[in-house]
Design a protein around this ligand. Structure first.
Ligand code: SF4
Ligand code: SF4
Length: 424
């Protein structure tokens, strides 16, 4: 499914009739009750910016637009079909050109542009995690919350087979080929999710291939309005992934949404062809059923990543993946379709609002009766942010990607060639 509409024509915010139907779906409006922190209020501000009635030097305007999570929860409920995400993209580019970025945002985005910086940094993070330091220091303070985010990247279950423990499943000749998009955080802190992705796809008859030369997808830059650097990163991925395989599989909702939109970002046929072959891992698995695995009797709450359900409009496929695990009791808790407050680097730049948005979700999980034993969601930012919130609240509920649960189920059901499962 394609992420966004085609190239923008005219004003994407023009259809807004100010009805306010979108207000109850907006996490920042729920948190502040301030009209200027609602989609309707921001649309008024963005249109005034577009028409030159308010300038980019207006601090109040910048504050309210910066406070938007970009979750696009306001889009599916809008009866007029306002393309809010496109309008926000345009406004943020305009603000970026006029004002640049605050130093912290610039620093973070500079790191994500350079593999020689992010790879050693996240590798160091894996060591801090492995030594148990992150989990020990996890808590409510700013440092404690960041440590909780790092701790939440660890494989959740002792059922999890290690990266190299299981041999590859037999894949029939002529099976569709799938190039794994490796990304940055996914390729360092979430390697176990890549391993689970490869194993479950192969067990469902896909041939997974490795494609060198990839880098960070550029979504963080694009969300911040830094289009030039988003384009640079996208162009490198398009060069690497062109003609690579029948499909390009992504297991990070945020990355997948932008990769599907590379045609719009770069405006080239090559980029559009890459975008058209991109699938979330749940889409590829759901297209094959997926195969049922062994029993995993577990109460699991599913939280829908915004960039999967709203940006990519993929809603049923992750439920099909979890539905293929016998014994798994799937729960959709109140607010499971609301943003968790992670939103790329938003949680780093605006921790107070990010935590206010997250609190509602954590309260719903804490109040659930019975409480879920695990929370599943298909995006690294959500896994880290919700995982840190659960640790800060003292709730012993691990987080995992849906594909990991299917992987554990396949291991338990003997769908992989026999080897001793080893915990990682
Ligand atoms: S964005 Fe849509 S739902 Fe929200 S106020 Fe405008 S028309 Fe109404
Ligand atoms: S993108 Fe999310 S935070 Fe921003 S206005 Fe829409 S619903 Fe609110």
């Amino acid at each position: 499914m394609t992420a966004h509409a085609g190239p923008m024509v005219g004003d994407p915010l023009a259809p807004c009739v100010h009805c306010g139907f979108c207000l109850p779906s907006c996490p920042t409006y729920i948190a502040t009750s301030d009209e200027a922190d609602s989609p309707r209020g921001r649309i008024v501000l963005m249109r005034a910016l577009e028409r030159g009635e308010i300038g980019p030097e207006d601090d109040a305007l910048v504050q309210h637009l910066d406070a938007c999570l970009g979750c696009r929860g306001c889009e599916p409920v809008c009866p007029s079909g306002v393309a809010y995400g496109r309008g926000l993209e345009r406004a943020r580019e305009r603000l970026f050109e006029a004002r640049g970025l605050p130093p912290l945002a610039r620093l973070v985005l500079d790191v994500f542009r350079r593999e020689r910086l992010w790879r050693p940094l996240f590798t160091m993070g894996r060591w801090v995690r492995r030594l148990g330091i992150a989990r020990r220091l996890a808590g409510r303070s700013r440092l404690g919350f960041n440590m909780g985010m790092l701790a939440a990247t660890a494989p959740a279950g002792r059922q999890a087979p290690s990266a190299a423990a299981l041999p590859r499943a037999e894949v029939p000749a002529g099976a569709p080929t799938v190039a794994l998009f490796r990304g940055c955080i996914m390729d360092t802190l979430f390697r176990h999710v890549h391993d689970a992705t490869r194993r479950t796809l192969e067990a469902n008859g896909y041939r997974v291939v490795e494609v060198p030369g990839q880098t960070c997808c550029g979504a963080l830059h694009e969300h911040a309005g830094d289009r030039r650097h988003a384009e640079e990163l996208a162009a490198r991925n398009v060069a690497a992934l062109a003609e690579s395989a029948d499909y390009i599989v992504v297991n990070s909702a945020g990355c997948g949404a932008l990769l599907k939109d590379y045609g719009h970002l770069l405006g080239t046929d090559a980029a559009a062809r890459v975008g058209a072959r991109v699938r979330d891992v749940s889409e590829l698995l759901a297209a094959r059923g997926p195969r049922t695995g062994g029993a995993l009797p577990l109460d699991v709450a599913y939280d829908a990543p915004c960039h999967l359900q709203h940006a990519q409009r993929v809603q049923e496929a992750p439920l099909a993946v979890l539905g293929a695990v016998p014994g798994l009791r799937l729960r959709l808790l109140p607010g499971a379709d609301h943003c968790c407050g992670s939103a790329g680097i938003y949680a780093v730049l605006r921790p107070a609002m990010a935590r206010a948005v997250l609190d509602a979700k954590i309260e719903a999980i804490a109040a659930a009766d019975p409480r879920p034993r695990l929370l599943a969601t298909g995006n690294p930012g959500c896994l880290m942010h919700i995982g840190a919130g659960l640790l800060a609240a003292g709730l012993d509920i691990p987080v995992a990607h849906p594909v990991e649960l299917l992987d554990w189920s396949y291991a338990a059901g003997g769908l992989y060639p026999a080897e001793d499962p080893v915990s990682s």
